[in-house]
Ligand binder design. Sequence first.
Ligand SMILES: Nc1ncnc2c1ncn2[C@@H]1O[C@H](COP(=O)(O)OP(=O)(O)O)[C@@H](O)[C@H]1O
Ligand SMILES: [Mg+2]
Length: 346
Amino acid sequence: MTREPILSAKDIEIEFTLRGKVLKAIRRCSIDLYEGETLAIVGESGSGKSVFTKSFMGMLDANGRITGGSIMYEGVDISKYKTEKEWLGIRGKKISMVMQDPMTSLNPLKKIGKQIQESIELNQGIHGEEAKRLAIDMMGRVGIIDPERRANQYPHEFSGGMRQRVVIAIACACKPHILICDEPTTALDVTIQAQILDLIRGLQRDLKMTVIYITHDLGVVANVADRVAVMYAGQIVEYGTAEEIFYYPWHPYTWALLSALPQLGVKGQPLPTIDGTPPNLFNEVKGDAFAPRNKQALAIDFEEEPPFFRVSDTHQAKTWYLDPRAPKVEHPAAILQLREKMKKGR
Ligand SMILES: Nc1ncnc2c1ncn2[C@@H]1O[C@H](COP(=O)(O)OP(=O)(O)O)[C@@H](O)[C@H]1O
Ligand SMILES: [Mg+2]
């Protein structure tokens, strides 16, 4: 890919201090984001998806800080921003976020229309009646029927799915350059999930946004993403086009995630789960962080951290399996089976 990325995070390190101890949540993590794409970030809960992407907006919790690396956006290293004033030029204007639970983003005591209006007033410098009209427009645009009437209602009068539509309206009202969707459908049931995905796709096309879609569920990724980055223990361990990650994955953690997909399940039998737990990030991680959970780990996996190895122009994986000196490792049967199934399903 010779295109220039619109956002480039390089070797980002993030630490939290908790009761005097330091937790390294993000460990030299890099990603490039390209104009107009949908990039999915997948990984188990706790792998660092939210913390990593919140750092693009200056939204880390007060006990957290970026301790290394850079985030280049429009020619500026925004990881060096110190003040709220600097971040206000980015957050809600250039980069917006939709979070998992709409109730955490909405004020239960304020009318829906007012909340959208206030966000427009804050971020776009438009005020009063004009901002109100834009808010109602936006409600219609995210699929809320009868927006004039519903603008006068409170969050508790909306269903979970409708509340998430409101949050999306607030995030998109400023027509952001980059929209980060952090598990936006996790709290919703499956049919609503599909509608919200459709809505995000439609808005992305109409408003020409670039989307980062965060999920722990590889199952939805096939439907939304152009590219996929797999995250484990504070690092991205593999990235490629959606096809490359589903058909030709290389990192043993990606294999484990894919093997647990319901598409591979046999009716009536429980899905395989990934044995073991991620490393404790209060301690220094040695070698490949996934090695202790990998039955086919190589000796070097316990000693030395692997670099990224190139699979194609668009695909890289951080595993010693790809070192030319490594013994030949067969892809698990489940991965080959998945490739066949998905190819047939197209
Ligand atoms: N404010 C905080 N203080 C201490 N640790 C935190 C804080 N926020 C997140 N973490 C830790 O950072 C790691 C990554 O968390 P997170 O990004 O929320 O994971 P994910 O979104 O992938 O589920 C976890 O180990 C989590 O416990
Ligand atoms: Mg999260």
